[in-house]
Design a protein around this ligand. Structure first.
Ligand code: PEP
Ligand code: MN
Length: 333
């Protein structure tokens, strides 16, 4: 249940409400909200009835992200660009899996700029499955991403893998990526709730849709309303592909939530051969964004080598997407 309070609700009333067990307060665009679990009204709230301007009944745990609360898709601003809202924009996010060196990142960024990409992605802190593989350049990687922004005017999305380096990443990034493995990290989610920058929340490969959206609720309840979900493939019985891109789940998200959805075929497939067709399928579904990995020399990439498109392949994918976008009613940004 969401109770929106009249503007100007006095501080002492807000303090009283905070004391009620099971009442969670937040503020969205200057409006105070009281949220409770489930649709059963809290008994003690009755006496505050005259402070309530709107009551929204929601299913348990899917509240601020629900269509009941906000019927239209949320608009997310990334600099001059907007996705979601009443736009038909699909944001193409490109770049390598990781920042590996100055030469590698600059070559990738120059190419992305050339083919019209506005938002550049690469990881500086990499959450690898093995501790014996490349872990990312860390703070040095963030500095190189800042140099990319400076030189090419690209917006930067980069990943936070745990809360030890949250502030550093949030300072550098224009969009903070919460990686699949960090989707369950409550410290990261709560920290994302405190910033005022867009957050791209990847789905853990073992998470149900419910758990994924609940993770988004942690960020929204913290006060940050700029949350995008990212479908990057889930683990199923199938092992011919790295993961299974859950497009039925995407349809559910589009129907039931107000959160923009970014689709990431690169991590789902784990190979290059089907990326173009999966990107087209995502565009046809009305994805608000695509996240595609591309590297100047994928063979020597230090992470996710098999799935990163050579730059020229990324370029030809962009051309094909641009050709079909008008027929699908989408605009690539
Ligand atoms: C990545 O985006 O490079 C990455 C590590 O992906 P995921 O968190 O989806 O595994
Ligand atoms: Mn990757």
């Amino acid at each position: 249940m969401i109770y929106e309070l009249h503007s100007g609700t006095p501080d002492n009333v807000l303090d009283d409400l905070r004391q009620i067990e099971g009442a969670y307060l937040t503020s969205v665009n200057g409006h105070h909200l009281v949220l409770t679990h489930g649709s059963t009204p809290l008994p003690y709230l009755e006496k505050y009835e005259n402070h309530i301007s709107r009551t929204v009944e929601t299913v348990p745990d899917i509240q601020l992200s629900s269509k009941a609360y906000h019927p239209n898709k949320r608009a997310i601003k990334i600099g001059e660009l907007t996705i979601g809202g009443d736009t038909n924009n699909t944001l193409v996010i490109g770049g390598p899996c990781a920042v590996e060196s100055e030469a590698q990142i600059m070559e990738a960024a120059a190419y992305m700029k050339k083919v019209g990409i506005n938002v550049f992605r690469a990881g500086a802190f990499k959450p690898r499955t093995s501790p014996y593989t490349f872990q990312g350049l860390g703070a040095e990687g963030l500095r190189l991403l800042e140099a990319v922004r400076e030189k090419y005017g690209l917006k930067i999305i980069t990943e936070v893998k745990d809360s030890t380096h949250f502030d550093q990443v949030a300072e550098t990034a224009d969009i903070v990526q919460v990686g699949a493995k960090a989707m369950y990290d409550q410290a990261v989610l709560r920290a994302c709730g405190q910033i005022r920058k867009p957050v791209l929340l990847k789905r853990h490969f073992g998470a149900t849709i419910q758990e994924w959206v609940q993770a988004a609720e942690f960020i929204l309840l913290g006060g940050n309303q700029e949350v995008m979900l990212c479908e990057r493939g889930i683990r199923t019985f199938e092992n011919k592909t790295r993961f299974t891109m859950d497009i039925t789940g995407v349809a559910w998200i589009q129907h039931h939530t107000n959160l923009p959805i970014i689709m990431d075929p690169s991590h789902a497939l784990g190979a290059t051969y089907g990326i173009k067709s999966l990107a087209k399928a995502s565009l046809a579904m009305g994805a608000d964004g695509l996240l595609i990995e591309s590297h100047p020399n994928p063979k020597v990439a230090k992470s996710d080598a098999k799935q990163q498109l050579p730059l020229e392949t990324f370029g030809s994918m962009m051309e094909e997407l641009r050709n079909i976008a008008p027929a699908l009613g989408r605009t690539l940004v």
